[in-house]
Design a protein around this ligand. Sequence first.
Ligand code: IZC
Ligand code: ZN
Length: 412
Amino acid sequence: MDLVLQNIGLLATPNGKAAQKGAAQGQITLIENASIGIDGGKFVYVGPANTALVGKQTINCEGQLVTPGLVDAHTHLVFGGWRHKEMARKLAGESYLDILKSGGGILDTVKQTRTASEDELVKKALNLLNEMLAHGTTTVECKSGYGLDVANELKQLQVVKKLAQYSEVGLVSTFMGAHAIPPEYKDNREAYIKLVCDEMLPAVKAEKLAKFCDIFCETAVFTPEESLYILNKARDFGLIPKAHADEITPISGAEMAAAAGCISAEHLIQASDEGIKALAEHNVIACLLPATSFHLDKPYARARDMIKTGVAVAVCTDFNPGSSPNLNLQLPMYLACQKYKLTPAEVLTAVTLNGAAAIGLAEQIGSIEVGKQADLVLWQAEDLDYIFYRYGNNLVRSVIKNGKVVSDKATH
Ligand code: IZC
Ligand code: ZN
């Protein structure tokens, strides 16, 4: 065996190769005093303490907690600049959508992303990925949507492709050309939608640059009708649909996401009862983003109602320079307990197996089971409750990705 972990105080993991919903979301496996064996990048032993396991390398976990590697299934990782200057406007009472309408917000990041070179974007995102890894995140979904023209949307997705070569973090790409209407199409939104469908989508497909297509379905951005139209086109080009839905205003975005056959719907703060039912009926995973509610000082999504209705819930950072500048998934994990009232077990499933399912990877990652890719976190914590309690600190001791130690506090 390549690597053996001994003396694990508690091993906590969801199980299975698909999202867990309803009561099953909180039914995780807990093994006290466990061992793990890893070979060829995969788990080959997971179970009670077993001193017969022999590895080329052995880690003594000293009685601490092990969980699967965290999966951040919703980020806008690649962007130029930051938007810290908007803090003052926000504090003075301007809303996220007011700032966007005035040409700031996403459009400010678009300006800064268009002028950045591919190399600059790679360098910046690589540093951010290293920070994420040190906080326990082993897989990240990355959206485009700060180019908003053919060349710059492709540039953003090319950056993700390069990052995948350099970073230890597993990456998945999402095309999000329909993130905002760029200034040059301000008075001609139909022409921009045509550009997305007739030029961007074919180019993304031709260069195999993305697995998913996302859209910002929101008041003053894209209507549910436009969103459905674009996502149907995306499906024709082989992309799996996702949608930012009912984040700020209730416009039946959840219903639209269900009708579009989305694999996941994002935010859902304002989703209606009907919308939540539609998500459950169509097996749409809810990617909830509590750190965004926190940063925008907005209400929190109705995660308990979603679980009760049978919607699988994932929790992600939404890392982006505007509404969620935090890349540490441990903060939304804490908020999911504190504000959504999910249990630590439900949240663990939300940031591992259900996150993996939201990006189509539940068969490979998201749980510690024989045969799955060996991604895990060794925490400086004696049990699961502890990591949802000592918020505000990075409680990760070591991170293992594909069976390799890729981050270790002792060597930081
Ligand atoms: O840059 O503001 N909500 N898109 C939709 C975002 C937030 C990212 C941003
Ligand atoms: Zn987002």
